[in-house]
Design a protein around this ligand. Sequence first.
Ligand code: GDD
Ligand code: MG
Length: 370
Amino acid sequence: MKAVILAGGEGTRLRPLTCNHPKAMVPIVNKPLLERTLDYLKEFGVGEAVMALRHFPDPIRQYFGDGAAFGIKMSYSLEATPLGTAGAVKNAEQHIDGECFVFNGDFITDLDLGEMLRFHRENGAVVTIGLVPVENPSTYGVVDLDSQGKVKAFIEKPDWDSVTSNLINAGIYIIEPKVLKLIPPGEHFTFERDVFPALISAGSPVYGFTSRAYWIDVGTPERYLQVHHDILGGKLRRYTTHEPLSEFVSVGEGSTVSPEARLTGPLALDKRCSVEGKAQIVGPVAVGEGCRIGDGSLIESSVVWRDARIGKRVVLKNCLIGENVTIEDDTWITGGAVVGDNCVIGSGNRLDRGIKVWTDKTIDSGTIWF
Ligand code: GDD
Ligand code: MG
């Protein structure tokens, strides 16, 4: 069975982290999101992934190529203009030869696709939508079911006063090829606002497969940090190559940790890092390849991408740090702050309260006291 993965969105809510990277390539515990999605799909025997791309396709194609190195066949379908979720699948029609999975490309889950496929076939559905319960449904596609699991209504991002269910579209579909006939070629068309409402009002068999599995859309900084806490904290029990141990400490090849440094899991330190002097890392923390962490610094509950140069007595707590960032001595970055790629944060700054520093910026010493 094949899967079409929608990865052409701009990832605006995750900026500045997605200024230089497609959302599908942001590292989730030091491994690109899409690579984790492929690992998951392979668990269910999916042999081919068709990537529907538009914005920023090259880093994805260069990394995965034909997929041979990742144990899955990869093909690519490119859009000249954004075609929307359904238009993008229509654009990939030449690669689709039967019932297939369609995935939004921006979530982490351990939902059982095998069970979902059985449910789809038993019901003779034309579309089955994977559903999960959430606390705040209004920022998602909200779904109402009848007692047999047939979808009665699908409302994309409803106002609060029209929310009638806590079950939301997880962005996982099984579609029969005849659904493609409903999608006009070369036009902007979405499953959420066009295809599903039309099928439902025609009484077609659209079913909802409800799951209590782990699921998170990683499209905002808060949820991007949350997924790290969850994976490192062992919340994803199935279909993950990560060891679910709360004291889990993983130190990559070629990394050095000073004997005086303290590492408290769960944490993953990638290759070629150096943790110097009395630096401390208190998990959940992920640190990318080639980072240097200076004497007396503390990193806690944060995600640091590759090649960071972190000086002495720096504090990073509940923050996200992009690629190739320099943080000079005595700076504190806390409270959900996000620093984009290639920034230089001079010494003695205090970045807090969700402040976002755009890519390539230099902040002089002692200028920000948030
Ligand atoms: N190729 C392509 N072309 N991909 C696209 C396009 C497009 O024009 N537009 C969006 N995508 C991709 C995005 O890259 C993302 O992986 C996925 O489609 C969903 O787009 P988002 O922009 O992330 O949508 P959302 O999160 O606001 O809402 C969607 O996901 C929710 C679950 O996370 C909807 O499907 C909701 O109904 C759903 O609940
Ligand atoms: Mg999304």
